[in-house]
Write a protein that binds this ligand. Structure first.
Ligand code: C2E
Ligand code: CA
Ligand code: CA
Length: 347
């Protein structure tokens, strides 16, 4: 068992197994269990104490009602219960239309033009309001529902790209592709079919894949990404610098973009190490002929530094937060209008 969350899942399974009715002659016998859980090494460092505390927790759980599990530390118990509840609520999110997409502009630092947008999912939870993707995407990856959610994201993004195309806004849209999606046998045909259905040229789509996304199954990932690339789809390495960042795999992958993770941009010019990492990624991009996108650009100083250092593309609150489609259209109009005014002023 890896962690508390998996422990909860195993406990639920155990409780369900124990609760299955047993036929004893002509009688049906029903049993339930109660489970107390301690985690090593947080709750105790030796087995005797772990068991003692687990038993104590089990006794406490019985007083609260049987047929359930409980963790030794109340805050751990609450956190895991909250996650379980979220996972359950997540099942209804897609059928009940609780998701929508927002779009964050990607800017060419040299020409100051908007060249694309990253599509980011939002979940409007009926009671909790907006739940950040960092909280529910990992759950969806764990239980596999990311495959369905990811397909929905792709369709929404393609529908949006088609609408923008009809309005003479040929924007390239970047969609996050989870490692779990990439492992699907039919992912390549699913993506190509979706593009076809919405009449989107493959060059309009960029897929953002993290390093962990393809390292787990490199050969198969390389093959799928090659197929996608051969059809003209762009591939970006997301969160670059946080994982393996190995040259060997970069050479093998049909990648067009490296995205510098926002953690390195956040402390750019403040923290030496982060600045060096950002510089290294920009140089790596140059030598491998890959365009580099800085993500999480929040200040003018960061933008100025990155532009001078030779980073071509950027994305971040300094330009814009992720926006709903109508606001995105307005943003493009304003941004490019300002560009015209600026260039006339500069002669
Ligand atoms: P990511 O792919 O690294 O996305 C960038 C995150 O940085 C987004 O967070 C974005 O809103 C945020 N961000 C953009 N500019 C700034 C900035 O200037 N400062 C700061 N502090 N943050 C900025 P978000 O939307 O909360 O998404 C978080 C993560 O959830 C994403 O990280 C991505 O891994 C995942 N995610 C979001 N949408 C999807 C999706 O449709 N599919 C999959 N598989 N994952 C998604
Ligand atoms: Ca991304
Ligand atoms: Ca990131």
């Amino acid at each position: 068992i890896k962690d508390g969350y998996q422990c909860a899942a195993t406990s639920e399974w155990l409780l369900a197994e124990v609760a299955r009715a047993v036929q004893l002659g002509s009688r049906e016998v029903n049993t339930t269990a109660t489970i107390g859980i301690t985690l090593f090494p947080d709750d105790a460092s030796d087995s005797e104490q772990l068991l003692q505390r687990a038993e104590q927790t089990m006794t406490l759980a019985k007083t609260a009602g049987r047929n359930q599990f409980q963790f030794y530390v109340a805050s751990v118990d609450q956190a895991i219960r909250d996650r379980k509840k979220l996972e359950k609520d997540l099942q209804r999110a897609l059928p009940e239309n609780q998701f929508h997409l927002v779009y964050q502009p990607q800017i060419n630092l040299e020409t100051r033009r908007i060249i694309g947008a990253e599509a980011l999912i939002r979940w409007e939870h009926p009671e909790q309001g907006l739940v950040p993707p960092d909280q529910f995407i990992p759950l969806a990856e764990l239980n596999g529902s990311i495959v369905e959610i990811g397909q929905w994201v792709l369709e929404q993004a393609c529908a949006q790209a088609a609408q923008w195309s009809a309005k003479s806004m040929p924007i390239r849209i970047a969609v996050n592709l989870s490692a779990v999606q990439l492992k699907q046998e039919d992912i390549v045909s699913e993506i190509l079919d979706t593009l076809k259905r919405f009449s989107i040229p493959p060059g309009r789509l960029e897929l953002e894949v993290t390093e962990t996304g393809f390292m787990e199954n490199l050969d198969s990932a390389v093959e799928k990404l090659n197929q996608l690339r051969n059809h003209g789809i762009n591939i970006a390495v997301d969160d670059f610098g946080t994982g393996y960042s190995s040259l060997t795999y970069l050479k093998r992958l049909p990648v067009q973009h490296l995205k510098i993770d926002k953690q390195f941009i956040h402390d750019l010019l403040v923290n030496d190490e982060d600045t060096r990492i950002a510089n290294t990624i920009i140089d790596l991009g140059k030598s491998l002929n890959l365009a580099v996108i800085a993500e999480g650009v929040e200040t003018e100083e960061q933008e100025f530094y990155l532009r001078n250092r030779g980073c071509q593309l950027a994305q971040g609150y300094f330009f814009s937060k992720p926006l709903k489609p109508a606001d995105f259209e307005q943003f493009i109009a304003d941004f490019h209008a300002k560009l015209v005014v600026d260039s006339t002023h500069n002669g």
